[in-house]
Design a protein around this ligand. Structure first.
Ligand code: 8YV
Length: 319
């Protein structure tokens, strides 16, 4: 079996594939493959390792219906039309949990960074505007004993909740489809309805998947229900918030600040007005960008293909 690795992943996964006896082709250019290049290169492979920058949609799948297995180098797989893949009998797997600590660290960092206006103040030093001491200027918000609202308390949300509870004794409320017993026992987390999450959170952190239920969920209506002192943190997918509405909510004082590792679109335009706001911190989708997380993602993405090749159960199969 031959595998196309459509992006330059850490060597560990590539080595595992080779050791398992698979033939491997790796795209090592410093740009993503175009849709046409992906279709063309897939013609003589049976397995594909892919990521968010590749749209594995109905059109691609029709043109590559001979594929046997697709493995996502990432936890989220909203770029893949899983239903269409299932119809064609293609196995789809992902690489969950590898980045839970790394992404929670970014969510926590963005919370602190936005709450103390760090990005804005850093830029103001660079542009020669340190200024003089003004007791009422540059005031941020403290986090101790505030309420953290977690939307989507999966593995990453749980890690974020642990950090906030441990560092600042924050009360944890969450909104998820199922009850999270571990978080309730360890952190005293409390499951609430969506409206209560909006109205009671001092920091609302988003860790859900992007799908039809969550697309654009954080919009004008939902921001209006939040506290005017609230911070909105999103490290999941930019499509979960409406970026225009977020900007309006921030400039009108509907909410206080925001920390984003994901934007809509990505990459974000350098002219995006969000970048000029004081209480906003933005990073370029680096949640999983640690040596440890990327190595583990590589290992898990390769393992899906190897398990399929050996006729074993694919542990991280999503269809
Ligand atoms: C990747 C991610 O950066 O795992 C995820 O869901 O968002 C990240 O780890 C992303 O998959 C790149 O497209």
């Amino acid at each position: 079996m031959k595998v196309l690795v459509s992006l330059n992943i850490p060597e560990v996964g590539i080595e595992l594939l080779k050791q398992a006896g698979l033939e491997v082709e790796v795209w090592r250019e410093v740009r993503p493959m175009t849709a046409e290049e992906l279709v063309e290169t897939c013609q003589d492979v049976q397995a594909l390792i892919t990521t968010g920058s590749n749209k594995i949609n109905g059109d691609f799948l029709q043109k590559c219906s001979h594929l046997k297995v697709i493995s996502q180098f990432g936890a989220g797989y909203d770029n893949i039309d899983v239903a269409a893949a299932s119809q064609l009998g293609i196995v789809v797997g992902n690489a969950p949990d590898a980045m839970s600590d790394a992404t929670a660290d970014i969510a926590f960092t963005l919370m602190l960074t936005a709450s103390r206006k760090i990005c804005y103040l850093h830029k103001s030093i660079i542009s020669g505007n340190w200024g003089y001491f003004r007791p009422r200027a540059h005031l941020g918000l403290e986090l101790k004993r505030k309420t953290l609202g977690v939307f989507g308390l999966g593995r990453i949300g749980f890690e974020m909740a642990k950090r906030c509870h441990g560092a600042y004794l924050m009360d944890i409320i969450y909104c998820s489809r199922t009850s999270k017993v571990e978080a309730e026992q360890q952190l005293g987390a409390r499951k609430v309805g969506f409206d209560e999450l909006l109205t009671n959170s001092d920091v609302l952190t988003v860790h859900c998947a992007l799908n039809n239920d969550t697309r654009g969920l954080f919009n004008r209506d939902t921001f209006e229900k939040m506290k005017s002192s609230a911070l909105f943190i999103n490290t999941s997918r930019g499509g979960v918030h409406n970026q225009h509405d977020l900007y309006q909510a921030l400039v009108s004082g509907t909410i206080w600040g925001a920390g984003l590792d994901v934007t809509d679109p990505e990459p974000m335009s350098p002219e995006d007005p969000l970048l000029s706001l004081e209480n906003v911190a933005i990073t370029p989708h680096i949640g999983s960008a640690t040596v440890e997380a990327r190595d583990e993602m590589s290992r898990l993405a390769a393992t899906n293909i190897i398990q399929f090749y050996r006729g074993e159960q694919v542990d991280n199969r999503v269809n």
